[in-house]
Design a protein around this ligand. Sequence first.
Ligand SMILES: Nc1ncnc2c1ncn2[C@@H]1O[C@H](COP(=O)(O)OP(=O)(O)O)[C@@H](O)[C@H]1O
Ligand SMILES: [Mg+2]
Ligand SMILES: [Zn+2]
Length: 425
Amino acid sequence: MSYIPFARKYRPKTFKELVGQEIPATILKNAFIYNKVHHAYIFAGHKGTGKTTTARIFAKLLNCLNPQEGEPCNQCQNCIGIEKGSFVDLIEMDAASNRGIDEIRSIKEGANYLPMQGKYKVYIIDEAHMLTKEAFNALLKTIEEPPPSLMFILCTTEFDKIPPTIQSRCQKFMFSKASKQNIKAYLKRIASVENIQIDEEALDIIADLSDDSMRDAASLLDQASTYGNNKVTIDILKAMFGPVDKASIRKFLELLVKSDTKETTAMLQTINERGYNVRLFWEEVYKELKNILRAFAIGDSAEYKEFLSKPLEIYLYLEDIINQGFGAMYQKDPILALEITILKASLIKDFVPISDVFKNNGIPKNSLPQSAPQNPTNTKEQDQSNIQETSAQKKTLNEENAYPETVEKILETFKPAKIIHYEKK
Ligand SMILES: Nc1ncnc2c1ncn2[C@@H]1O[C@H](COP(=O)(O)OP(=O)(O)O)[C@@H](O)[C@H]1O
Ligand SMILES: [Mg+2]
Ligand SMILES: [Zn+2]
């Protein structure tokens, strides 16, 4: 028998098997049990969260010869036909590749005929937001007044791109992103059936890399277990995906905070030279930085104690810089662009906490000139005034109660040296 990838092999066959989508599952089950089935639905939400899967389970339920408490039996000829993709009354259309009016016309024509094998003729339109405006218009009338045995399920990752006219004629379900906890539970189930040895830390990494998608999680486990010969460890994941484990990501962030451009650049170079996915690495860095910021926000310092001992400003600045780094991926030389990003991050070492700035009457401590600026073209008089100016500033700094009382006072401090000089004259 040919190999079936995990993401297909472990596609839920019943609502009960569907992980983390209890609301759509319960409503659809009850609609069937209490005879309140609508004729058009929109299943919207993040990729790989079960939209197509739910549409198929529902199509099975509607056509099942022996439904049991709102679940398809998965044994009758109709259920088996749908599983195998040979059931004539289930028509799946991928709107990403069939966007136009011709396809919708053929749906409209087909919709005039009664179902041949089952009770319902079900049209699942995947990536429905890709349909053209004309195609949506053509669909509108059919969705509004369909024959009783017709059912439309529009699946989309971009709900906002579905025209409001269509939205208002459909019952809508929002599929939530897959949580880390649910992803891990799903992976554990696959691992136990497949006899894959995987430890908790490796499960964590796969869940982190899954982009909130069950499909991605299943595919990553598939790939990793093939590589590791049914054993998945951190080392195997690091060998496959690079330094994407938490310890490596944190080390990179620590080095960034220390403005260690040499080490951070070297790390980036290694990732690049070994052919790892740089974007994936950068995404993990960004995710962990957001975790640090969240720890600041909720005051939870247990896990991020080391990071929280530094000023918040550092991480807010890093967030900006690292986020900008994503733009680098689209440049001709992304590594060079990321190296420049690292260089920008190294400015952290010159950071002065805002509280210090105000304590010093608006003058950052380390920005005060220690001696008069050297300018060979200056006249003697100018040099003299510069020296006076510097000692005046120093005096202000040494005043005991250094907090500025008024805005004017702050502005006064910031007046450029030259203007002060001419005014004095
Ligand atoms: N809620 C879920 N519970 C269990 N597995 C899921 C779930 N959502 C997605 N999957 C896994 O991901 C694969 C693709 O799911 P699919 O329903 O096609 O996602 P999409 O939301 O992109 O339509 C399934 O075959 C299954 O392996
Ligand atoms: Mg889908
Ligand atoms: Zn059945």
